[in-house]
Design a protein around this ligand. Sequence first.
Ligand code: SF4
Length: 327
Amino acid sequence: MTTEKSSIRKIAFFSTSKCNSKCVMCNIHAEKPTKDLTPKQLKKILSDPLFKGVIDVGVSGGEPSLHKNWKEIYDTLCSSLLNLRAIALTTNCVNSRKTIDIIQYYYNQSKKRNIKFSLCISLDGVGEIHDKVRGIKGNFKSAMNVIDWLKYNKINFTCACTVSKINVLHLEALREFCDNNKININYRLASKINRLHNNNSQTYHQLSKEEKKFLINFLLEEIHRQKRSLLKKITFIVNKKKIKKDKIYQHIISILKGNKRTSSCPHSAQEAVCLSNNGDLMYCSVASKIIGNCLKDSAKNIYLSNFSHLREIKREKCKDCSHDIIK
Ligand code: SF4
């Protein structure tokens, strides 16, 4: 029996649907962008009781630096969510100047406000492979410009590689590159995600039997590598993060073998919700339909009055969901 909670702890906020990448596993760039929320509209939405317990926001897009008011959007998130403790930014680094501007602002402001800032840079391969996955010539170079700047300024970051048919057999080269350049990288599966309109794109469903086997072995090796380095580490925080990484890879391996999801998800546990750039609300990005628009109705009303849809997702979709968001 599901208890209906009326406030959540985390928002996955897709701040804009504008994107300057043309990724093979995502079709958001092919859709006409919807109108982004203004800071004033966002402030009004976040005053809803559904968001009063939010401690963590993940800002992505599209590409967040393409929101014309990205600074004010950051300020509004911080000033409206009174319990906010952590903010994460995901960026594609296509335009390195713009990317550095947004990172610098998030980093400095978060430091001032005592909010934990995490940064995720997309890195899907070395050189041409990355550019091929991202559909943008020169994106590997621009990503490396940003990474060099981050290292020079001692700003922590993690890279994320989305594994699709295009790059699966090049993962070892990427791992070696990251090892040599002391880059921390996580691997995730390109999956069918409702909001990315990517039903016909390069998702893990198109991996051949051999490619799946290769990926399973690669992830198993990653787990062993984590364990080996775990022995060398002593801080609890680092260990906790690595244990979570292992859990994610175990879950991906299970899905690749055709088994069920092995970890629960904050969205199904009613701890997280997705808010789109135009105010649309979704239970999760993978399987949820748009359950309402927060400019037209209260977020809490929308969240609670569509609960049968969340039950349906949990009953029919979660078991096969390969998304790497875990509790
Ligand atoms: S479908 Fe996936 S992302 Fe959505 S609630 Fe279930 S496990 Fe979470």
